[in-house]
Design a protein around this ligand. Sequence first.
Ligand SMILES: [Zn+2]
Length: 431
Amino acid sequence: MKKHFELSDDRSLSSREEVRRLQDRLLAEQIRYCRNNSPFYREKLAAFPDRDHDFDTLQDLPTTSKRDLAEHNEAFFAVPPSGIADICFTSGTTGNPCRIVYTASDLDRLAYNDACGYRASGMEAGEKVLLTCTIDRCFIAGLAYYQGVVKFGASAIRNGLNTLESHAEVIRTLRPENIVGVPSFLAKLGQYLADAGIDGSCVKRLICIGEPIRTRKMALTPLGEKLERFWPGAAHSTYASSEIVTSFTECSVRCGGHPPAELAVVEILDDEGRRVPDGEPGEVTVTPLQVTGMPLVRFRTGDVSFIIPEPCPCGRGTLRLGPVLGRKAQMLKVRGTTLFPGAFFNVLDGIPGVVEYYMEVGGTALSDEITIFVACAEGATPETLGVAEKLYGRTRIHVPVIAVDASEARRRVFGTSRKPVRFFDLRKNAL
Ligand SMILES: [Zn+2]
C-alpha cells in the first residue's frame, strides 16, 4: 500500500477509459487488501472467489451499511492499534458512537484529495485560504481541508469557528482569495461584510461544505443564489463523509463534484441494490481506494444523488456527482411522486417573509402525509405570503401549511440538537 500521495500523481485529467483502467487496477488491490487485513471482510468475502475485481464484477460483492459499521465496528480496523494515527466518532445508526480510524497514510491521502479538489476549483498555489470550519472536534474534513491547503502550496488561515466580526477582519486585512465553510454561514458573512461596508471582492472561490447549493437541475438553490449575490461565480459545492475518506469538489465548470481518479469507485444504487443508469438518482455507494486504516467495500452512504452523464468540459475523465437531494431515510412518497424535504425547504428559503419553518411527515406505507409549519415576519401570514401556492408551484403537491409563532418554531427546530432540525418523521417504521 502506498504511503505518500503527491499532487503530481493526480491522473484525473486522463480520458474516461484511462481512469477506468487505473481504478480497476486499484480496486483489485483494495479488495485483496480488505480480504487480507480487515477481519470484517475476511469473513464477509470468504464465500466469494478471490479474483481481480473490476468495476463490473464489483457488483457481485455485498454492500456495506452504516449498521454494519456500528455493529461490527472494530472488525473493520485493518491495522493494529499502533498503526492508527487518528480516531473520529460518528453518531452511528444505533445511537452508539461509531469509530472511524485513519492511518498516517490515510491522512496524507485526505490531504492529497483536497489538494486535487482545490486545483480543480481553479485555486492557484500562493493564494490564501480562510478556513471557517473547525479542524478539531473529531471533524476529519476540517483537518483534511487544512492539510490539503498545505499540500497544495497555498496559505491556510485557520480562523475556524470564529465570529463574523473576526472573519470580516481577516478578509479586510489579509485579503484571502478563497474561503472554506458552510454555505449558510458564508451567506451570513457576506451580509455582514455588506452591512459593515467591508470590501470582500478579494474572495474568488467559496468551497462550500455540508449543505447542497444546487438543485436536481443543477440551478442554484435560494441559499446558493444568496451566496452568489455577494460573490458572483464563486460557489463550489463539495460532498464528503468521514466513512468514505473521499471528497468530491466542483471544478471551475461548477456543475457536479469530481473525486480524484485514484481515490474512489462510485456506484449509484436503487432500493434493490442494482446500479441505476447515469443521470438517475439513487443511493451514493462508494468503494474508497488506497485506504489502509478502515477500508470499506461498496459503502452505502444513505445519501441520494446522481451521476451527471455528460463528460465534463474541464477535461477530467472522472465522474461528476450532483448535489445530495436528500437522505434516503427522508425520502417522501406522496400519491406516486417521490421527493425529498429539500424540495420544499428550497421554496421556503426563497420566501423573504418566512422566518422559520419545519416539516412533519406522518401517514401510512402507501402515502406520506406532509404538514408544513411556518413562522412569518411581523404582520405577515402564510396566506398573505402565498406559501401553499408557491410550494405547489415547485412540487405539484398540495400540502397543509400551518402558522406557528417564531419562538415556538425555533424551540422545535433548535430544541433537540446543535444543528437545526426541520424534518420530523412521525411515520410508522421510520428509521
Ligand atoms: Zn470538471
